[in-house]
Design a protein around this ligand. Structure first.
Ligand SMILES: Cc1cc2nc3c(=O)[nH]c(=O)nc-3n(C[C@H](O)[C@H](O)[C@H](O)COP(=O)(O)O)c2cc1C
Length: 542
């Protein structure tokens, strides 16, 4: 429902005006009587009652005007308006351009949006938002863009409770500057301080990096419920091979989870750090492509060139959004390939180190409502044959790299989140750092303890000082990592006092929020904010 005046209809406006006019006439009559010499108004009590009634009517008019003005000023993005506000602050235009691109992407996914310049917003509008995306750059030496400097002075300098707001921040910057994404981080910290809840963690973009922008798109996909939208910029995949695939949890009540190992054609591609992300180019099942080719009466073995590379028509189709058979039936293969849109990438936390000689991924098979497998899981866990070529691009994720020193490290996660934590543990062991505490949750110990032998061996060899495993369904009452964290509140405080960093990897829904709330209660809001600001509390949650 819109709050625009025209949508309320002229009759309400006329009625309102008529009421105000009536009240004004009543006041005029009262004032005339006040001055009158008529006997019933010459005695003092009657005159004072009349005066009080007149003042009361006047105050009522003022209050009605204030309420109607407040309503008229309320922004388009309030609870009554479903359009998702996309708020941007740009110095040289890139953030503004990405705001438009974000709005276009969400529109394709069926989400209505509304663009706002941050500098034009006021506190009242912000309080009206239930969800919002912020796309902001940093200029000068960590400054807000000029157009948003006033907003920072007016709004960010004060408290403004925003407990009903859920938000995401895309922070543009350049790592060459000392205060990388400084304004984005200040905005994010302020929003968190006002008790707004992040939809996902802040995404930093270094110098327009395509990979970070694809990560933002990945979040837009989840936000809109459509994860199959084309990438803004297709990754430059490198050729890797599927070397190993193993189901880790047969019989689990959850979705099947696979350990997948990939090896590069070029050994120089074995180059990443613990905490980094692999972007994978998914493909359709061969049977799906064959059905399309049969229906369109086409020969899939025809070789076609595009953008300097050659492949069969079937291979081109397997990497692309599939057209309807009728749209390609009488088309020449080169015209079909020229019109194809590449499938979007899929992201996975890397579970190994280059020293392992392979990229290890942990992938849960997720199914769409119609029962078919999702794009990435389908390709990597079911359709690709061993030895098949897999397109991979590695993305640095500095926000989740291990601490550079021997400080204690508290690793918390659930489900496939163990992937990123395993890489961090391997890096800690390689560096000789023993003060590691792993707190991991899944459903049943007998089925879902991924990499259990390895973890227990690390514990025996004292590479893991504390190994806390929490299985939600192994006892009548459900327990999760956040409860176990609370049980160990004293140890958490001791470790943090000793300089520990905290890394969280796994589900955004449930786990990450629960752990965040537990840490707030255990350490206090201001300590947790300090840990976040100093990079000692880091998350890779999805
Ligand atoms: C004069 C100038 C100062 C900048 N200062 C910073 C800075 O302090 N920190 C940072 O992370 N990026 C800094 N940047 C990089 C910008 O944030 C980055 O180029 C961004 O993509 C610009 O987005 P915009 O076009 O929306 O303003 C600076 C860029 C310029 C031109």
């Amino acid at each position: 429902m819109s709050r625009h005046p025209s949508a309320q209809g002229p009759s309400r406006e006329w009625l309102g005006n008529a009421v105000v006019l009536g009240l004004l006439l009543a006041m005029a009559a009262a004032l005339w009587l006040w001055q009158s010499t008529s006997p019933q108004f010459t005695d003092a009590p009657a005159r004072w009652w009349l005066a009080a009634a007149t003042v009361g009517v006047y105050l009522l008019c003022c209050a009605a005007l204030a309420v109607s003005r407040r309503r008229a000023l309320r922004p388009a993005g309030n609870a009554a308006d479903d359009a998702l506000p996309i708020v941007f602050a740009s110095q040289t235009g890139f953030a503004a351009q990405l705001a438009v691109q974000t709005a276009d992407t969400l529109r394709i996914a069926g989400v209505q949006t509304r663009l706002h310049a941050l500098g034009d917003l006021d506190a009242l509008q912000l309080q009206g938002f239930r969800r919002a995306l912020f796309i902001v750059s940093t200029t000068g030496e960590g400054d807000a863009p000029d157009s948003a400097a006033g907003f920072e002075r007016r709004v960010l300098s004060r408290a403004l409770p925003l407990p009903d707001l859920r938000y995401g921040v895309l922070a543009l910057g350049d790592r060459e500057y000392a205060q990388f994404c400084g304004f984005g981080h200040r905005l994010d910290a302020w929003l968190r301080h006002q008790r707004a809840l992040p939809l996902f963690d802040l995404v930093e973009v270094d110098n327009g990096d395509d990979g970070a922008l694809r990560h933002w798109q990945h979040h837009l996909g989840h936000l809109s419920g459509n994860t199959d939208l084309p990438d803004w910029q297709t990754p430059q995949y490198r050729p890797w091979r599927l070397q190993e695939r193993r189901e880790l949890n047969p019989g689990s009540v959850g979705g099947a989870v696979f350990h997948v190992a990939l090896t590069p054609d070029d050994p120089a591609d074995l180059c990443w750090q613990a905490g980094d992300i692999a972007e994978i180019g998914p493909r359709h099942a061969p049977a799906t492509v064959e059905r399309l080719l049969d229906a369109a009466g086409l020969d899939g073995t025809r070789v076609v060139a595009r953008d300097g590379s050659s492949d069969t028509l079937a291979t081109w189709l397997s990497r692309s959004q599939l057209p309807a058979p009728a749209d390609i039936t009488d088309q020449p293969p080169h015209a079909i390939v020229a019109a194809l849109v590449p499938l979007p990438h899929r992201e996975y936390s890397i579970a190994s180190l280059p020293a392992d000689g392979a990229l290890h991924l942990l992938i849960r098979q997720l199914r769409r409502p119609d029962g078919t497998l999702g794009l990435g899981a389908g390709w990597l866990t079911e359709y690709a044959d061993l030895g098949a070529r897999i397109g991979v691009r590695l993305r640095s994720n500095p926000g989740f790299h291990p601490p550079p020193d021997a400080r204690p490290l508290l690793l918390i996660g659930n489900g496939t989140g163990i992937a990123g934590l395993r890489a961090l543990l391997k890096a800690r062991i390689a560096a000789g750092h023993r003060r590691n505490w792993l707190l991991f949750g899944e459903r049943q110990r007998a089925r879902d303890l991924f990499y259990g032998d390895e973890l227990q061996q690390w514990e025996r060899e004292r590479w893991i000082e504390h190994l806390d495993l929490v299985f939600s369904r192994d006892q009548p009452q459900r327990i999760y990592v956040q409860q176990r964290l609370r049980e160990h509140a004293d140890r958490v405080r001791t470790w943090v006092a000793q300089g520990a960093a905290i890394h969280v990897c796994g589900s955004l829904d449930g786990m990450a929020g629960g752990v965040d709330a537990a840490l707030r209660d255990i350490l206090g809001v201001s300590t947790l904010e300090t840990l976040t600001d100093s990079g000692r509390y880091r998350r890779d949650v999805y």
